[in-house]
Design a protein around this ligand. Structure first.
Ligand code: NAP
Length: 351
């Protein structure tokens, strides 16, 4: 089978570098184009990331010598993964979709558009049906599919089986988010060492809105109906490199025994698992039973960074249950999620 040619927009940044490493030797996709800002374009990829390559694996040799291009249609590929700064991503992604590219975006710009899927195929695979409506109403040959904010991603995976099995009424979440979530160079060491920053601009709003679209339904292939529960989020930046930890409490319509609650999480599987997609972890939710887990350092790489670890499940004296969630913010929360979306759309015949 010949591989589908893909490009990475914003290939030089924190999420872009994850794309480049995760797409190395991918069974479906081959990176043929890399693009970034005018600061990088014209250089080889290796030159453009010199001094700021932050992934422990080496730069794949096939990409190191590629010339970084500008983020303009005309790239020789079928699909693009977008990891551009949100200040520029919106109109650039639209231009690519209009020119016929399949755009898989990590940026916030189009997540809440009424005709764009905010896709996580384990929980809302049926939302891809809005793509036809998007193409028709915008006159595009291509399309845009988005994935959620990194902290939303960790939260919504466990919320799905809880909503299906017991009915979610309310969610309260307090995050401890890794510094890689702020991109590069991101937060200054003088601000974050020996410290916790109790503010991440825009993050709480994203965590309170995005789950409602993701766990809502799509009516007639054209209209998203938001889920009916409420989310309250408080977001903090902590001195951890990768892995967002989220202290979560939920109120449920039916309060199950703890064994049933735990089983619903541990046994959850979605379409990517059924389809055995290359990036799909065998267990999307890994339940840890130790008193002191999950921890970022030990639990962020389960399922190659694509499994979400849940632990410390216990009754809550205000809502019904409380627990911790840990997810890898640049893999499951960004590049890995986007690649899984592309694998799923290929399986569904959109690519
Ligand atoms: P980053 O490290 O700051 O990288 C930003 C990328 O955008 C770089 O490749 C940069 O290219 C490119 N860029 C900046 N200005 C540009 C312009 N005018 N034209 C074209 N390209 C431009 O940021 P990041 O953390 O990788 O985040 C990328 C996107 O993913 C953001 O929208 C972010 O919100 C989202 N996201 C991030 C995470 C995370 O955990 N970090 C998780 C989920 C979603 P140069 O190198 O040439 O400047």
């Amino acid at each position: 089978m010949s591989k589908i040619k893909v490009g990475v927009l914003g290939a030089t940044g924190t999420v872009g570098q994850r794309f480049i490493t995760l797409l190395q030797d991918h069974p479906y996709f081959e990176v043929c184009e890399v693009a970034a800002s005018e600061r990088s374009s014209g250089k080889t990829y290796a030159e453009a990331v010199a001094g700021r390559w932050k992934v422990s694996a080496d730069i794949p040799p096939a990409v190191a010598g590629m010339t970084v291009k500008e983020v303009e249609p005309g790239l020789d590929c079928r699909a693009v993964f977008s990891a551009m700064d949100a200040s520029v991503a919106g109109p650039v992604e639209e231009k690519f979709a209009a020119a016929g590219y399949c755009v898989f975006s990590n940026s916030r710009n189009h997540r809440l558009d009424p005709d764009v899927p905010l896709l996580l195929p384990e929980i809302n695979a049926e939302h891809v049906k809005v793509i036809e409506h998007q193409q028709k109403s915008r006159g595009w040959k291509g399309f845009i599919v988005t994935n959620s904010n990194c902290s939303t991603m960790g939260l919504v995976l466990p919320l799905k089986p809880l909503d299906v099995e017991f009915g979610l009424e309310a969610v309260s979440v307090v995050t401890m988010q890794a510094i890689s979530g702020a991109g590069y160079p991101g937060v200054s060491a003088l601000d974050i060492v020996d410290n916790v920053i109790p503010y991440i601009g825009g993050e709480e709003g994203k965590m309170e809105r995005e789950p409602l679209k993701m766990l809502g339904s799509l009516r007639d292939g054209t209209t998203f109906i938001e889920a009916g529960f409420k989310v309250s989020a408080q977001c903090n930046r902590v001195f951890v490199l990768d892995g967002h930890l989220e202290c979560t409490s939920v109120a449920l319509r039916r309060k199950p025994p703890v064994e049933e609650f735990t089983r619903a999480l541990a046994e959850f599987r979605g379409r990517p698992q059924e389809l055995k997609l290359p990036s799909a972890p065998e267990r999307p939710i890994l339940v840890r039973t130790e008193d002191d887990r999950p921890q970022p350092r030990f639990d962020r790489d389960h399922g190659k960074g694509m499994s979400v670890a849940v632990g410390r499940i216990r009754p809550c004296s205000v809502l019904d249950y409380k627990f911790l969630i840990l997810s890898h913010n640049t893999v499951r929360g960004a590049a890995g999620a986007s690649i899984l979306n592309a694998e799923f759309l290929k399986a569904e015949g959109y690519l």
